[in-house]
Design a protein around this ligand. Structure first.
Ligand SMILES: Cc1cc2nc3c(=O)[nH]c(=O)nc-3n(C[C@H](O)[C@H](O)[C@H](O)COP(=O)(O)O)c2cc1C
Length: 327
């Protein structure tokens, strides 16, 4: 897939997930074969005002490239300045959030609220387009009513403004995550645009990604919730796309991923913060595995990397196939 000047290895994309798709999580997805990883949404105001915590969200590593960084906001000049900061940080793509429907974001006229205000959306796209040379993309929802009419209007306008690709999560702004994503809206956008269209919503198993591509003709498939604690979904999607069986991740692969995630998180966040976070996050990886409950209770109080590593090792031993003795 090509987004402006950026070529990705394949059509799979890790969705922006607030509080989740930090550098360690993106590295796991990348190592599992994901074609393009996205940062979580970053406040344009906080970036421009230099908030240290926010600026840290731009941290990247050559291994995860290409990287798309998503910003949100409603002020055309601040978004343009933030996009420039994103470009200067070395990101490959800047994405603007037109889809978030969380109350706090809507109140500030950002996210999905922009789909209601075409003149403001147009000023934002013009001003950001002029401020950066890297590819510019947007991520939208269906809009405020289910027909997808607003998605089409915004998408056409974005294409005219020089946007290089559009991701659509076809649920309305008021729908949250209820009901099914309406993939026919992805197909409608693909039919009417010349820039790449990335489909998103309800890819839960590898075969869904192919179903989405076949049903909509989309150029890329973005996966969000199904990748949480399960980055191997990307290698499995690629396997089915090449006609190979999508074998589930082996227990040993999941254990290796947990160790990688722990180490990368300690390196990125420091031991204390990372360990606090790992108490819940490592549990994502054992979902559906044997003795998962036992592991969950054991990991609740970890205070050091060494302790967490030891608990992961003990858990791995507890689920390893028993060696048989002969003779
Ligand atoms: C915990 C969580 C955080 C999210 N954060 C963002 C975000 O920062 N930016 C964004 O555009 N979408 C965000 N989304 C929406 C996802 O990117 C994606 O559009 C949605 O989950 C549908 O895809 P899925 O069915 O593959 O999960 C978030 C979703 C979840 C569940």
């Amino acid at each position: 897939m090509r987004i402006g000047s950026v070529a990705t290895d394949n059509f799979t994309i890790l969705a922006p997930l607030a509080g989740i798709t930090n550098l360690p999580m993106r590295l796991l997805a990348k190592r599992a074969g994901c074609g393009l990883v996205c940062s979580e949404m970053i406040s344009s105001n906080a970036l421009v005002y230099g908030s240290e915590k926010t600026v840290q969200l731009l941290d990247s590593s050559p291994e995860e490239k290409p990287l798309s960084v998503q910003i949100f906001g409603s002020d055309p000049q601040i978004l343009a300045d933030a996009a420039r900061i994103v470009q200067d940080s070395g990101a490959d793509i800047v994405d603007i959030n037109f889809g978030c429907s969380v109350k706090k974001i809507l109140k500030s006229n950002s996210g999905s609220a922009l789909m209601k205000d075409l003149p403001l959306a147009s000023r934002i796209l013009d001003s950001v387009r002029k401020s950066v040379t890297i590819p510019l993309t947007i991520k939208i929802r269906s809009g405020w009513e289910p027909s997808g009419k607003q998605a089409l209007e915004i998408a056409r306008m974005a294409e005219d403004c020089g946007v290089d690709a559009i991701t659509v999560h076809p649920r309305t702004a008021t729908q949250g995550f209820r009901g099914d994503a309406d993939w026919s809206i992805i197909a409608a956008l693909k039919k009417r645009l010349t820039i790449p269209v990335i489909g998103n919503g309800d890819v839960t198993v590898p075969e869904d990604a192919l179903r989405m591509m076949n049903a909509t003709g989309c150029d890329g498939v973005m996966v969000g919730r199904a990748a949480i604690g399960n980055p191997m979904i990307f290698s499995r999607i690629l396997a089915v796309s090449h006609g190979r069986p999508a074998a589930p991740a082996a227990d040993s692969q999941r254990i290796d991923m947990m160790m990688d995630y722990l180490q990368a998180s300690v390196g990125y966040l420091g031991e204390k913060t990372a360990c606090r976070m790992m108490r819940s996050r490592l549990c994502w990886f054992v979902k559906g595995m044997r003795n998962a409950g036992q592991f969950r209770s054991a990991i609740r109080f970890i205070a050091s990397e060494a302790e967490a590593m030891e608990l992961i090792r003990q858990y791995a031993d507890s689920i390893a196939p028993q060696s048989t003795t002969h003779g």
